[in-house]
Every structure is written in C-alpha cells, then in structure tokens.
Write a protein that binds this ligand. Structure first.
Ligand code: ATP
Length: 500
C-alpha cells in the first residue's frame, strides 16, 4: 500500500468516527473495523519490513563473500594509491599506534556514477582482509521515525558479529549514496533523516581503535556538496578520495579488463576505442564490451570486430535504434536540423564530423557523430562559445528553412544553458566574477538571453553562408539516411567554392 494512502487512512478514520459519534450514529462496529484494519496494517508492515530486511541481509551476505582486488579495477591510479595508503593505517595498526596517530574511521569516495566506487570499497576489504558489509543510503529511509536509526545500529552490529564469526580482525562497512541520509540538516520536517544521521554519527564516535574487530566506514556519493558538515569533520569522514571519470589510459585499461573473458579479434585497436569513448564511465565501458559481444552473437560471428564496438559505442551513447517511421516532411526537418549541427561543427572544428545519420535512436530522430577529441581539462571562452554555436546549429537551420523552431531542439538548448552556466561560474560573462547564488534570477535570465541571442544570430549568419552545403547534403541524407564524415567534407569543400 502506498505511504500516502496509509497516512490518509490514519488521519481520516479517527476524524470520521468522532464525527459520526457526534451526530449520534452507533460507531462501535466501525471502531472494531478500524482496530482490525490497524492490526492488519501492522502485521503487513512487519512482514514487509522482514522481507526487506532479509533481502538486504542476503545482499550483505553476498557482498561479504565478494573477492575483488585493486588489480581488477581499471584506471583510477591516483584514487587506488590514495586508498591503499589510507588502508595501510589499518594494516599496520601497531606501528600507527606507536606514533600516536589517530586511527582512521571514515573514508569518503566521491565521483560520478559508475566510476568504480563500489569496486574500490570491495577491493579495500580484500586488501585489509576484512569482512565487507554494504548498504545503500536509501535502505535507511522510512516514513516512521526511528526505523532508519535502528537499521544503522543493525548494520554495525551485523559487521561486528560477522567479523567475530569469520575470525577477522577488521570489518569494512560500505554505505553507498550517503547523501540520502547525510544531507545538510536545516531543521524543519526531516526528523527521521536527522535521527538516522545522528545514529550514524553516534556509531562512528563509538568506534575505538582498541576494540576488536576494528571498524572502517567507506561511504560513496556523487554529491559531496550536499553532505552535512558534521559528517565531514575530522574524526569522521575526514579522508576524501576523488574517483573521476577515467582518462584515455584508464579507459583502455578498463576496456581490456572487460575484454578478458570475451573473444576479440587480434586486429582490435583498443587505443582507438579508448579515444572514441571519450567521457564514458567504467560502467559505460563495461556496457560497450557487453553490447559488442551481443552484436557479434547476433551476426553469428566468432570474434568481436571493430565494427561491433563502434555499434556498441553508438548504442551506449545514444540508445538502441528504434523502428519509428516518420513522414517524409519530418525526415526533411530532422535532416536540416542535423546538418545545421554538422556544418557548424565543421566550420569551428574542421575535420570533427564523423557521421551524420537520420536513423532514429533512443529519443533522437537523427544524430551527428563527432570524431574523438583530445583530452582537455581547461576551456577558453571562445571554445565554449563555439560549443554553444554547434548546439544551436540545429534550431538555427530550422529557423532558416522553416521560419521557426520545433520541439527537436530541447536537448540542444539544455546543453547550451549548461555551458552558459559554466561560463558564468568561471567569470567569463559580462556579470564578471560572481557567486551565482548572489545573483538574482532576473539578472541571470537577462545574461542568459543576451549570450544566447548573440550566439544564435552568429550561428544563423554562418549557416546562411553555407546554404550550398545544405542543398547538396540534404538529397544524399534523405536518400541514404547516413552521410560519412569524409563524404560530408568533400561536399563542404566543393560547395564552399560555389557562390552562395
Ligand atoms: P554508483 O555511484 O552509481 O553507485 P559506482 O561508482 O559505485 O556507481 P560501481 O558500482 O563500482 O560504480 O561500478 C559499476 C560497474 O561498472 C562495475 O561492476 C564494473 O563492471 C564497471 N566499472 C566501473 N568502474 C570500473 C573500473 N574502474 N574498472 C573496471 N570496471 C569498472
């Protein structure tokens, strides 16, 4: 039964009974019925609770058996090194004691989803020969005050008893999505969350280095800025390790790890795949290798070829091809929209277009595939403006050819707005160096509009100068549904020579 139904019932029934009694109706049968419903609800809740508890228990048991070493985690060299160093405090306990160093209680792993934080925690338990007990922040969330706190107590008790049973000197408790229970306490309605967090803090304060088993808590989040400062203060989660998206070398390593149990052709160029999967997380790279093996099987081949990997990258990036049939008019609009992106990309970054396609994938009706970029960590203002112009290219070309935009540009605008926000935060706009939170919504809106309108008009001007490319490419794209980067560049250079 949904929570809100329960709450409405609990609130509404007593009021109804009092009202009926007040107007002189015999409420005794109704009272019996209410008590019966109440008892049934409590029993159902206990059963549900037990079922959830049992499922979590099974998961913990499974987790405690998982053996995974740091060698099986690709890339993340710095994070692994930092974590190993921190874990040595546990491994070299006597030495640490001799120097009077305060024992480490909590390590916080932060980084985007799917970058291997859970893997790191598991490897940590293997490295320190500890029991591994895991839970996710959402498992502690309940409507009734006190249940979450009770679960935190159970988790610590479970870790201690399991370590004793398995004869281990230490236990690692891994809490994923710590932000769910460890968010900033701002007073108000969050009593249940507060109690859960308080219980966690109390348990952490109660960890003594002299006790056996020694407990280490590893927590993971991708929203560190949301965490309550009480959690981050020295003596609690005071060791922070950043687990970032892997760079090219890291991606290659992860791909190799996930290729180990798969039949791959010798000619497979891992460097190229690592280059093409720019911005992918470890989980996405695992998915690429998995999808490539599925494509291989579909084609009744014995080995994974480069082609299968390219198809898998497209699928992970943009979703599976769909059978949506669109009208010729819709196809023409999509082609014009995609060509707008492609022409802008080719103008500002020559040689960057790898393919323009009309086939629908995931939510998109068409797409432009770009050649792999160089790894880059700093962006100039002009680079970001060009990036916005590429995103606006689709809407601008629809305006030129149809006199108006369509709903097909919403993702492009979202991308453009995100870049504008990055520019604002980095002091690259006329707002100057500002803290975004101190600027009013009106000022932000005005600045957004000024930047986007100016770039939209520049984009339209550039596209107007390349109408010939549109005309030439449109026919091929509508006929063939794809246009390769080289084909597109040939048309581009031929058409650029013609008068517009
Ligand atoms: P979330 O924040 O969503 O919980 P996470 O950072 O904990 O994600 P994991 O659960 O550790 O990510 O990783 C998910 C899967 O992705 C792993 O089971 C593994 O297959 C793959 N993976 C992620 N990172 C790596 C890596 N560095 N090396 C090898 N495999 C990886």
């Amino acid at each position: 039964m949904p929570r809100w139904t329960k709450e409405v019932l609990i609130g509404f029934l007593p009021v109804l009974i009092i009202f009926l009694a007040f107007i002189g109706i015999n409420v005794v049968p109704l009272l019996f019925a209410a008590i019966l419903i109440g008892v049934l609800l409590v029993v159902a809740n206990k059963r549900g609770g037990l079922a959830v508890g049992a499922a979590a228990d099974r998961k913990r048991k499974k987790n405690s058996m998982s053996k995974l070493t740091f060698e099986e985690i690709g890339g993340q060299d710095n994070a692994k090194e930092e974590l190993r160093e921190a874990l040595d405090f546990l491994n070299r306990y006597d030495e640490v004691q001799k120097f009077g160093i305060r024992p480490l209680k909590g390590i916080l792993l932060t980084g985007p989803p799917g970058t291997g934080k859970t893997l790191m925690a598991k490897a940590a338990s293997q490295y320190t020969d500890s029991v591994f007990v895991a839970a996710a922040g959402s498992e502690f969330v309940e409507m009734y005050v006190g249940v979450g706190a009770g679960r935190v107590r159970d988790l610590f008790r479970d870790a201690r008893s399991r370590a004793a049973k398995e004869n281990k000197k230490s236990a690692i408790i891994f809490i994923d999505e710590i932000d769910v229970i460890g968010g900033k306490r701002e007073g108000g309605q969050q009593r249940e969350y507060d109690q859960t967090l308080n219980q966690l803090l109390t348990e952490m304060d109660g960890i003594y280095s002299s006790e056996s088993p020694r407990i280490l808590i590893i927590a993971a989040t991708n929203r560190k800025e949301m965490l309550d400062s009480a959690l981050l203060r020295p003596g609690r989660f005071d060791r922070h390790i950043q687990v970032d998206l892997p760079d090219k070398k890291g991606r290659k390593h992860i791909l190799q790890l996930h290729a180990k149990n798969k039949p791959i052709t010798e000619a497979l160029d891992m460097d190229k795949i690592a280059e093409e999967s720019y911005g992918f997380s470890g989980a996405q790279l695992e998915s690429v290798m998995n999808e490539a093996a599925i494509y291989m099987m579909r084609e009744h081949k014995q080995e994974i070829e480069q082609r299968h990997i390219s198809m898998a990258i497209d699928k992970v990036m943009m979703g599976e091809k769909t059978d949506r049939e669109s009208t010729l008019e819709e196809k023409r609009r999509v082609a014009i929209h995609e060509l707008g992106h492609a022409i802008m990309a080719e103008v500002v970054r020559p040689g960057s277009v790898s393919q323009v396609a009309l086939s629908p994938r995931g939510q998109a009706l068409g797409y432009v595939r770009h050649n792999p970029q160089e790894e880059q960590y700093l962006y100039t203002k002009s680079f970001l403006e060009e990036q916005i112009m590429i995103a606006l290219g689709g809407a601008a070309s629809e305006e030129i050819y149809y006199g108006g935009r369509s709903t097909g540009s919403s993702n492009d605008f979202e991308q453009a707005l995100n870049i504008v926000q990055t520019m604002m935060k980095s002091g690259l706009t006329s707002l100057g160096i500002v803290n975004i939170e101190m600027v009013t919504t009106e000022e932000l809106m005005r600045e957004n509009n000024v930047i986007l309108e100016a770039l939209m008009s520049r984009t339209r001007d550039v596209l107007e100068q390349h109408r010939n490319v549109f005309d030439q490419s449109l026919d091929i794209l509508l006929r063939e549904e794809t246009l390769s980067g080289n084909q597109f560049r040939c048309l581009f250079s031929e058409s650029s020579l013609l008068p517009a």
